[in-house]
Ligand binder design. Structure first.
Ligand SMILES: [Zn+2]
Length: 150
């Protein structure tokens, strides 16, 4: 028996609950790109994914990959986790990322691959995709890492 796709006694990272309108965000994207929900009626890009376009109300939504280069708009360093599956990772950075191509869209994610104390607002970052197995198949978790040359 599983609970939310998890087997009792086995620590696994939580997996996103996929909805028809959000699954495209978690699908693997090309390197350094990120899948964002885009309205084919008005061209608006929105995140998080919604069943309809927040700008025009259209349901004609799809996913288009955009550059995963951006800046740390805001962040916090988390000193503890509330999920045992993440305990081995220690302190971590939860950040709001402003993407270069769509700066009005903010992505909440982690900044990884660096000392959490080195992160600064305005720091250049680039997306990286961490694979995650799920009951629905392989997913891709977009996280961000420092990018001095982005
Ligand atoms: Zn629209």
């Amino acid at each position: 028996m599983t609970v939310n796709g998890q087997f009792p006694g086995v620590l696994r990272r939580p997996v996103p609950e996929l909805e028809p309108y959000s699954a495209g965000f978690w699908a693997p994207a090309p390197a350094r790109r990120i899948n964002l929900q885009t309205c084919s009626a008005c061209g608006a890009v929105q995140h998080p994914p919604l069943p309809v376009c927040a700008a025009c109300g259209s349901g004609q939504l799809g996913f288009v990959d955009h550059s995963g280069d951006g800046t740390a708009y805001s962040f916090v360093v988390c000193e503890r986790t509330f999920n045992a599956a993440f305990e081995a990772e220690g302190r971590y950075v939860l950040a709001s990322i402003a993407l270069d191509e769509v700066p009005d869209v903010r992505i909440f994610s982690n900044i990884v691959g660096c000392d959490p104390d080195s992160v600064r607002i305005g720091a250049r970052v680039r997306v990286r995709h961490d694979p995650l197995d799920s009951p629905d198949g392989p997913l891709s978790v977009p996280v961000f890492e420092p990018a001095e040359d982005a």
